[in-house]
Design a protein around this ligand. Sequence first.
Ligand SMILES: [Zn+2]
Ligand SMILES: [Zn+2]
Length: 271
Amino acid sequence: MKKQTRRELAKKYGISYNTLNGRLGLGWSLRKALTYPLNYKKGLKAKAEQAGIPYGTFRDRVQQGWSIEKAMSTPVHKSKYKYAELARGTAIQRATLYSRIKNYGWTLEKALKAEVKVRFRPDFERGVKRCSKCKVELDLKTFFIERKLKNKKSSIYPECRICRTINHKARMRRYRLEIVAHYSNGANKCALCPEARIEVLNLDHINGGGNRERKLIQGKSLWKFLQDAGYPPGYRILCRNCDWLEWIKRKEALHGRKREEAEKKTRAAEG
Ligand SMILES: [Zn+2]
Ligand SMILES: [Zn+2]
């Protein structure tokens, strides 16, 4: 098939060359640019007016996939109050009023009267924020920034760095205790010797492969990873000394195997 120029395509689909170019310039796909009805907005506006529905509502309905008939025949839900007007001149914001009535089911009177609770918000002008845990006003720099990857907004954590770190350490210690208890079958000690000090107890992979796994769990701590995975088998608890001795044993065994292989090769080459 011969490749058609834009001019030919525009003529074929009954739209002007300029319209086609303009639509493609907006990043539309070729199919949409060629087949999207002309004067779409005007047509919708006329239909919305005819049905007595605000244009914005009508357009949203159609874009959400409603049929034109349904969009025209479904009456618009009118809210009981005009929140913006009611909130004007009061200390309460429109959104607060709306949420009090709609979400919490308060009466209008109560919603207008009740005071607005002030949360601990960062005082950006003075560069300080109150920690929600230790209740001390601190420099904004003493707060970690929380990165929310999903909606790509980041915000400041309510607790200061120190409070968060203490919290984190306590949590990690809890995981450690639980995991040590699980993999030592409740003995809380090294599998090879009587060492029982929690600080020197390590997790050991019974069949090796620790480095590969560390790459797999990226960034998470191994303890948290195991917690989330529901204690998979293949681990035991060793103290650092026994861990080190085991490592040496493994290395020596490996070297022994390599030496044997090398000897075999030389023997094969000679004989
Ligand atoms: Zn704090
Ligand atoms: Zn040990």
